[in-house]
Ligand binder design. Structure first.
Ligand code: AMP
Ligand code: MG
Length: 280
């Protein structure tokens, strides 16, 4: 009941998958309960932390590769929880986290990928994008912040951009988190009910919520047009937070395992160093 080996494959977006068919309460690839997930997560988090350390160590040994986790999802989908709980399990030394909000005046003066370039993970690191360049085909599309011809051209441009990243040694782990409209209401209500959560609440979230169908459409186009063999999307149901956390943990483990990492060999004589140390 606690096998997690089927999750990564089960959440991979496949051509023809429809956003309207997603069950936000499902737990694809995992047959266990919340309690089962709690049993298995510590071990999987340790595995992730171990692999991340090896990525970092490989870089010290000259490896230039990196990972980029891209998190997209509506407000209260749990992006922050992924950062806190999943990414939080690894050594912060090797993480480069960036949240992308409404572009600043400086950012607006540049190409939309400018701020993305600047936030890319250095070699040996795991980059985490809490929202991303995909906002430029999501919120921008839904709110007509740019003419259709402009955002329409971005899908191909994003694919070309990601191709470059992959060719330069970055593995992209793209995660689209889907919660239901009801679950979002519940989550937003919790924020309103708890003064210590007011900082997470934004009155504008309601305006986004009212555009749910338009967002569904924009997410569908994003998945259809930017899920590539070199940088595929993953659809992670997000009503059950214990599941989405386990799923993203598995996706990161899979991406790191595929790098076939190993610790770099010492570039000094270990025995000679031992002798020097003991006689010092
Ligand atoms: P949050 O992630 O809750 O802090 O909210 C960030 C807000 O910034 C969201 O409402 C996003 O839709 C918005 N945002 C992010 N990127 C862009 C963009 N490129 N253009 C306009 N709004 C954006
Ligand atoms: Mg928000």
């Amino acid at each position: 009941m606690t096998s997690t080996s089927g999750i990564a494959d089960a959440v991979r977006f496949r051509a023809g998958n429809k956003v309207a068919d997603i069950d936000p309460s499902a737990t694809p690839g995992f047959r266990g309960s919340k309690a089962d997930a709690a049993t298995v997560l510590p071990e999987r988090s340790d595995r992730l932390a171990g692999l991340q350390e090896m990525l970092y160590a490989s870089w010290k040994g000259g490896d230039k590769r990196s990972i980029l986790l891209v998190l997209q999802g509506m407000d209260a989908a749990g992006k922050g929880g992924i950062v806190k709980h999943v990414v939080g399990a690894v050594n912060p030394m090797g993480v480069r986290y960036t949240a992308f909000g409404k572009p600043t005046a400086e950012e607006r003066a540049h190409h939309y990928l400018w701020r993305i370039w600047r936030a890319l993970p250095p070699a040996g690191h795991i980059g985490v994008f809490d929202r991303s360049h995909y906002e430029d085909v999501l919120v921008v599309r839904v709110h007509n912040l740019a003419p259709p011809a402009v955002w329409n051209a971005r899908y191909d441009e994003i694919n070309a951009f990601e191709r470059e990243l992959v060719d330069a040694g970055t593995t992209l782990v793209k995660v689209a988190m889907f919660l239901s409209l009801d679950e979002q209401r519940k989550q937003l209500l919790e924020r309103l009910d708890d003064p210590t959560k007011h900082w997470k609440y934004n009155p504008g979230d309601i305006d986004e919520r009212l555009k749910w169908p338009q967002y569904q459409e924009a997410y569908q186009a994003m998945l259809d047009r930017t899920s590539t063999d070199y940088a595929p999307w993953h659809i992670v149901p997000a009503n059950r937070r214990w599941y989405s956390r386990l799923a993203v943990t598995e996706l990161l483990i899979q991406a790191l395992e595929a790098l076939d990492l190993s610790y770099p060999l010492a570039d000094f004589d270990v025995e000679a160093e031992r002798r020097r140390l003991l006689s010092s």
